[in-house]
Design a protein around this ligand. Structure first.
Ligand code: AMP
Length: 121
């Protein structure tokens, strides 16, 4: 599968459509989910063109991989939900059809601000 340059997160990265930005650096962009499922629902995406976590794991550079993982912690801290400054959260990535992925640009959901509940319903 080829990366679709017209997906909604690609458009956000290009500045073609707006987002409620939380944090940005060389490797990642983070913004609030447009349809929040929990009190806090943020998204963290790599700036590189990766369809999903498998694509990212296989094709991203080590710097990009470290940048994304550390970026998740930076965003969680900024939102006050990381375990050192808050009460924890859930990080979740949907991958492909069975994973229920809708937007074909890798993204982690960060859910927090309240108890998140069952892992899979
Ligand atoms: P997934 O099912 O893991 O691909 O999740 C895609 C997520 O993107 C959903 O939670 C949507 O609510 C969210 N979403 C779609 N369009 C936007 C947008 N323009 N800005 C922020 N979040 C969005």
């Amino acid at each position: 599968m080829k990366y679709d340059d017209q997906n909604i997160f690609a458009k956000i990265l290009k500045g073609e459509i707006p987002c409620k930005k939380i944090y940005e650096d060389e490797f990642i962009l983070s913004f609030y989910d447009i349809n929040p499922q929990k009190k806090i629902h943020a998204l963290v995406i790599p700036k590189g063109k990766y369809i999903d976590l498998d694509d990212f794991s296989q094709n991203a550079s080590n710097n990009e991989i470290v940048g994304l993982i550390k970026g998740i912690n930076t965003v969680a801290k900024k939102l006050g939900i990381s375990v050192d400054v808050g009460k924890g959260y859930r990080a979740l990535a949907n991958i492909g059809e069975h994973g229920g992925q809708e937007v074909p640009h890798l993204h982690f959901h960060l859910f927090g601000g309240e108890k998140i509940g069952k892992m899979v319903q």
